[in-house]
Design a protein around this ligand. Structure first.
Ligand SMILES: Cc1cc2nc3c(=O)[nH]c(=O)nc-3n(C[C@H](O)[C@H](O)[C@H](O)COP(=O)(O)OP(=O)(O)OC[C@H]3O[C@@H](n4cnc5c(N)ncnc54)[C@H](O)[C@@H]3O)c2cc1C
Length: 359
């Protein structure tokens, strides 16, 4: 298992519980925040529960409503489901703890430097020079490419995250704030404060300077300006991730590499603040583990996962494009027809509530 985010951890937990011998390699030695809106919907909650984690038990803050604001227009609606906000450092550590508890060997603070097929097995080289052999290789490195196995993505958006203390605390609500060349989301943080997260086509000073990021988001709407007035950034500069390839989906060109299973952002990158990247990572991870335990080939697994993710990818793409291209019209439509906003929110989730077995 290469990478210990939600995808890699869910795969390791499920494989270890299924009796497989698993090694997970995570390059970060300890808990670390990630660029993420921290919005967890009902799919993430259900999948985490299936693994043995309760979001309220981890201290997550509930989210019940949504606001979309653009210029002078805004729409408010209640979500058709319960959602949550939880810092990634808390979530990812809880999942890795579960993987270890299930019997997976978790190696922290070392990266996988390369992997090559040798006969019927994968030979994996670690950054400290150690080598591992594996029958199956699960690629769960998120936004980071593994040399020799990179996603074919030319470029993409920039993702920014800035925890804030707001003058007026935000309660139970996620606020979607389109601005020039992208959009941001603002929601309460478990433990106090708020999380501002933005997906922008391009960024200059916004990627280095909290004041520039706040000014760009505040310029997008009257609501953003009001919410961010007097906001105190809790980091000296925003966290940033570049070249996020929204809309990317892995498709095997011809035959899949035997024994190489791609999951999480290495498989599909759903538009942020619309779809649920963490839920898709959890579901793909657990499904890859079941595929490996059942002896399903990587190509068949990838094809089944693509079918499964088709609807949330298409709807999230549609909504994200609307927020960029015509945010005022979207706010007008959502304000006039909150039922439509609730329908779109539901269509961006994973279809059905049952467990997914790739077939
Ligand atoms: C701006 C933005 C906002 C977002 N907001 C949300 C949101 O609100 N809700 C939501 O559900 N999703 C959100 N997402 C998406 C979500 O963050 C991802 O979909 C999710 O983290 C994918 O999980 P993963 O396990 O594939 O990757 P990651 O969480 O990125 O984990 C990959 C892990 O692999 C490790 N790694 C990388 N390379 C190596 C290596 N060579 N060797 C060993 N370890 C390695 C990394 O250290 C990392 O821990 C957002 C994304 C962006 C960019």
């Amino acid at each position: 298992m290469v990478g210990g985010g939600p995808a890699g951890a869910a795969a390791a937990i499920t494989l270890a519980r299924g009796g497989a011998c698993v090694t997970l390699v995570e390059r970060e030695a300890g808990a670390r925040e990630k660029v993420c809106g921290e919005f967890l919907g009902p799919d993430a909650a259900r999948l985490l529960e299936g693994l043995g984690l309760s979001l309220p038990g981890l201290g997550a803050a509930p989210i019940e409503g949504a606001i979309l604001a653009s210029g002078p227009r805004e729409a408010c609606w209640s979500l058709p489901f319960r959602a949550w906000s939880l810092p990634r450092a808390v979530l990812d550590e809880a999942l890795l703890g579960l993987a270890q508890g299930a019997g997976a060997r978790v190696l922290r603070g070392r990266a996988v430097a390369g992997a090559a097929r040798e006969g019927a097995a994968w030979s994996v080289r670690l950054s400290d020079g150690a080598a591992l052999q594996a029958g199956a290789l699960v690629l769960a490195t998120g936004k980071h490419e593994l040399r020799g196995h990179a996603r074919p993505v030319p470029g993409g958006a920039i993702g920014l995250k800035l925890p804030l203390r707001l003058e007026e605390p935000l309660k139970d609500t996620v606020v979607l704030l389109p601005s020039a060349g992208g959009y941001a989301g603002l929601q309460p943080r478990a433990g106090g404060g708020a999380n501002l997260c933005a997906a922008l086509r391009a960024a200059g000073a916004e990627a280095r300077d909290p004041a520039a990021l706040l000014a760009r988001v505040a310029a997008g709407s009257a609501r953003a300006a009001a919410l961010l007035r007097g906001a105190e950034p809790l980091l000296p500069r925003p966290m940033a991730v570049a070249r996020v390839p929204y809309g990317f989906r892995h498709r095997d060109a011809g035959a899949a590499e035997p024994g190489l299973y791609r999951i999480g952002d290495q498989f599909a990158v759903v538009p942020s603040l619309a779809g649920d990247g963490v839920a898709m990572a959890l579901e793909g991870g657990a499904a890859a583990a079941r595929a490996i335990l059942a002896g399903q080939q990587a190509g068949a697994f990838h094809a089944a996962l693509n079918r499964r993710f088709d609807r949330p990818m298409r709807w999230s793409g549609l909504v994200a494009r609307g927020m960029e291209a015509a945010p005022g019209a979207l706010a007008l439509a959502a304000g006039a027809m909150p039922g439509l906003a609730r329908l779109a929110a539901a269509r961006m989730r994973l279809p059905g509530a049952g467990g997914f077995t790739p077939a």
